[in-house]
Each structure stands twice: as C-alpha cells, then as structure tokens.
Design a protein around this ligand. Structure first.
Ligand code: ATP
Ligand code: MG
Length: 212
C-alpha cells in the first residue's frame, strides 16, 4: 500500500457519540504539533464539512487542516492519495454501517470508536467492532462524555478489558468547550489552549498516537 500516513476511521453506529467532534478536535491538535492532517467526511449529514467551511473564516484557526467530502467508489482511491500526502487522515463516518463505512474501515489503520461509558453505547458499537474484525482492522475505543470516576465507568473498563478490546487511556469529559469550539470551526486547543478540555484533548492525541 502506498504512502506512510495513518488513516483513522472514526466510527460508531450510535448517533451523537462524538465521532465528528473527535475527528475535528484530533485533527487540529495533531496539526498544531506539526503534522499534516486531512479530514474526510463520508457522512451525508456533512457536519464536518460545515465545520471545515466555518474554519476558513475563523480568525483563531491557527493551522491548516484539509477537509474533503467524498463517497462511493472514488473513496478508496482518494483515501490512498490523502494517506500518501499526510501524516494523519481522519474519516468521519455516518451512524450507519453501509458500503462506504466498510470502505472506510477497510482503508483504516485504526478504527476509533467513541462511546459513553454505559452498556447501551457498547452494544451499539458491536456492529462496528464486528465489521472491523471482518476487515482485520485494529480497533480502539475511547470514552467520550465520561464522568471522571464512576462505578459504571469502572464496570465498563473491566468489561472492555475482559473482551480483549483496546480502550484508550485518555478520555474526554462532557464539556461545553468541545461543542462551542466546534461551532466556531475550531479545536478546543485553539479556542482555549489552557482549558481543561484542551489538556484532555492533548492527552487523548498522545494516547491515540501510542496506538499507531
Ligand atoms: N465530550 C463532549 N462534551 C460536550 N459536548 C460534546 C462532547 N462530545 C460531543 N459533543 C457534542 O455532542 C453533539 C454530537 O456530537 P457529534 O456530532 O460529534 O456526534 P456524532 O457521533 O458525529 O453524531 P452523528 O452520529 O449524528 O454523526 C455535538 O454537538 C458535539 O459538539
Ligand atoms: Mg457525525
């Protein structure tokens, strides 16, 4: 396979789990660290594409992150082009498992699955986990909107470990900063570089890189 960049497909059937937000935030923080980063939006909802457009007019946008929307049969070829031209490519996928989601997962080095630390979110992720296994792709789960410590979170950590699945060490809490930065076409590390959210996000990027 040509190219050297890492392709990360952000996938999870559960709607609103934070796929688009994570793709945007991780892209910004990795670009700030000097990496070339591309985003690929294959969700017909197009929220990441809108974020990319807002970003063009955002004075606080400190780094360039390319943003494309492609689907269908052109996806695989376009992905290889993006992979060879970038250090990281994040694919934001829709909350469904369709042929595009399969193409994205097939092309990915890692499938990143955001979930709330609660059983229904893990149940909702089963389809994506199964698809990744069929395509022999590595999976990393990441807790989003996670309480710092709760019995349920501990229980979920134990369940994930018992199944031999990888859970990123860093997690994101529920913070308005994520949604606010997204609404302005920014990452939290640009909107508020010294906030707890930015701190969390940088830790998450480090956890992710450790998996690649
Ligand atoms: N940790 C968080 N703290 C606060 N708000 C969050 C957090 N994660 C996500 N959000 C917000 O929740 C909403 C849903 O997130 P997002 O759009 O990223 O989910 P999604 O998985 O991409 O949804 P869909 O399945 O519809 O594509 C957005 O408004 C987003 O900014
Ligand atoms: Mg989305």
């Amino acid at each position: 396979m040509a190219g050297t960049g890492s392709v990360i497909a952000v996938a999870q059937q559960k709607g609103g789990s934070g796929k688009t937000m994570l793709a945007a935030q991780l892209a910004v923080v990795l670009a700030q660290a000097g990496n070339s980063v591309a985003l690929l939006d294959i969700d017909p909802q197009g929220s990441l594409t809108i974020w990319g457009k807002l970003r063009k007019a955002a004075p606080k946008a400190s780094v360039s992150v390319s943003c494309a929307a492609i689907s269908g049969w052109r996806l695989a070829a376009e992905l290889e082009k993006l992979r060879s031209g970038n250090d990281f490519v994040f694919i934001d996928t829709p909350p469904v498992i369709d042929s595009d989601a399969r193409r994205a997962i097939r092309a990915a080095d890692l499938v990143l699955i955001p979930l709330n630390p609660s059983p229904p979110d893990l149940w909702a992720a089963e389809g994506t986990i199964k698809l990744a296994a069929e395509e022999k792709r590595r999976v990393a789960l990441v807790f989003n909107r996670a309480p710092a410590a709760s019995r349920l979170r501990k229980r979920m950590e134990a369940e994930i470990a018992a199944r031999g699945l990888t859970l990123l060490e860093a997690a994101l809490a529920n913070r308005a900063g994520y949604a606010n930065a997204f609404a302005d076409g920014l990452g939290v590390t640009e909107a508020g570089p010294t906030t707890a959210a930015a701190e969390e996000l940088r830790a998450l990027a480090a956890s992710l890189q450790a998996q690649l």
